[in-house]
Design a protein around this ligand. Sequence first.
Ligand SMILES: [Zn+2]
Length: 346
Amino acid sequence: MRKQSIFVTVVLLVLLLATVSSAQGPVLHDVRHGYGVTGIGWLSDYHADLKGTPGDSRVYYLDSGNPGPTVVILGGTHSNEIAGVSAATLIIERAVVEAGRVVVIPWANSSGAASIDERRPHLRTWSLETESGIRTFPYGDRRTNADHQEPDPESYLHYPSLYELPGNEARNLNRAHPGKADGTLTQQMAYAYYRLIIEEEANIAIDMHEAGVGSRLANMLIANPKNLDFAVMAIVELEMQGVIMNVEPSSEAFRGLSHREWGDHTQAAAYLIETPNPGQTPEIADADVDIVTDPVNPLSKRVATQLATIQAVLDAHDMFLGESLKWTGIPSYTELVENGLGAYLR
Ligand SMILES: [Zn+2]
């Protein structure tokens, strides 16, 4: 009797372990959707081959049910660029859309989020104090996890342009747009975003990034040439609020980037926003890096810049085209800088 029950227990344990070890798929993140979220889906809804892979990711829908533009917003294309992740998370947790709809993907490359940043491997995670306690998020890598994709080629040829890049850029989502349905995991993620933008009939698509503090790209709004006028109008509006951003068009030669390929291959106006992340500044010694409370570029200010830039882009589309997205619940630039990001996450 006793031997039998031990045997049964062992068999059950083995079965349980087999189930756990065979569990695959995307790592899920701490995103506490608020009252404005009307639906939650998966990236694989737009490309079924991603289902069950580490490249799948959650997609959040904030649909007012009223006429207005559809705006697609990505954070975490590069998982160490946490202002974009944070701004996307804040939208999901606080925004209520009253006209038009917003589709948000806070962790655009789930596989990258499941990696350790190769430049600052000691960082691993970052935390914020919120009204519901300390919340912790991963500080992932710029690229898709090497374990999740075939070995890097000698050199990577972007599809379909055949533009040549270093081999490890084969795992950079922002060099893979507009993607390839039967390509690598990274190319398939890019393909799914391309399909999402088309199937959701997005008017505007925005990809949020960060760059090193001294980088030319820090505080930059990059626009596909077809919607450059809107970007120029947006930075003028930002300047009137005291938020200084630069603007530039997508490079003609440099392929695979979201603003370039989404703008060229879909109906959407395509933008990319960059804010300055101390974690990405090579000159700053590891011990001195504080990616959340840096005195010059605190995370709250970087998220405020991302959100103010999105608003300025929306205002420009409203002014020129009458594409009027209306939403509430997003703090102003000043409120976010003064009260801190933790005050607005749930
Ligand atoms: Zn980036």
